[in-house]
Design a protein around this ligand. Structure first.
Ligand code: VGL
Ligand code: ZN
Length: 201
């Protein structure tokens, strides 16, 4: 068992990001058994859950004439437009049934405000609105984080970079992550994480 100063953060292992889901990540479900095993090493396990209203502005369906994976401009900057996914209360938003979600001490939901997306577990996409996770970790005395989950190039990437920026020691276990990987997003994410001081295992 690792010390109480370490936490495992499991990013968005939800049905919509697994094969058959609305925004399926190739092999997204393949990481579930390994994550369940890794949970056994940690005294603190936190799950994140992408949790959008049905009319969320990150959905292409809310932008007439736009298709999924096209870009738009939001007040906080450029935003990828996604297929409708992880709608609050839907089966797609539920954790993969094989994920041992009972092991979680804490579930943090993100992306619940219509007008702003939230890839990171720490800050929404304006990079300033906090989710509250930082305060939770600090009040538990946690200093070191291991990140796994979906998708490597979006939510894992943004969470890891923010965590490093906040001063946590961060490792991303890449074999327990899977990527969407379009337009070179995975390579860019790996470079960005390394530059931020994230250790890529
Ligand atoms: C994610 C795109 C949109 C993710 C969430 O979990 O990586 N990607 N919403
Ligand atoms: Zn989302």
């Amino acid at each position: 068992m690792r010390p109480a100063t370490e936490a495992l953060i499991v990013i968005d292992v939800q049905n919509d990001f697994c094969p058959g889901g609305a925004l399926a990540v190739p092999e997204g479900d393949a990481i579930v058994p390994g994550i369940n095993t890794l949970m056994g090493d940690f005294a603190a396990v936190i799950l994140t859950q992408d949790w959008h209203p049905a009319d969320h502005l990150s959905f292409a369906s809310q932008h007439p004439g736009k298709a999924p994976m096209e870009m738009t401009e939001m007040p906080y900057g450029p935003q990828v437009l996604w297929p409708d996914h992880c709608i609050q209360g839907s089966t797609g938003a539920a954790f993969h049934t094989a994920l041992d979600s009972d092991r979680a001490d804490m579930v943090i939901r993100k992306g619940f405000r219509r007008g702003i997306d939230s890839y990171s577990a720490f800050f929404e996409n304006d990079r300033t609105t906090p989710t509250g996770l930082e305060g939770y970790l600090r009040s538990r005395g946690i200093e070191t984080l291991t990140l796994v989950g979906l998708a490597t190039d979006f939510c894992v990437n943004y969470s890891a970079v923010d965590a490093a920026r906040l001063g946590f020691a961060v490792t991303v276990r890449q074999e327990l992550c899977r990527a969407i990987d379009f337009g070179g997003s995975l390579a860019a994410a790996q470079e960005g994480m390394a530059a931020a001081g994230v250790s890529l295992a």
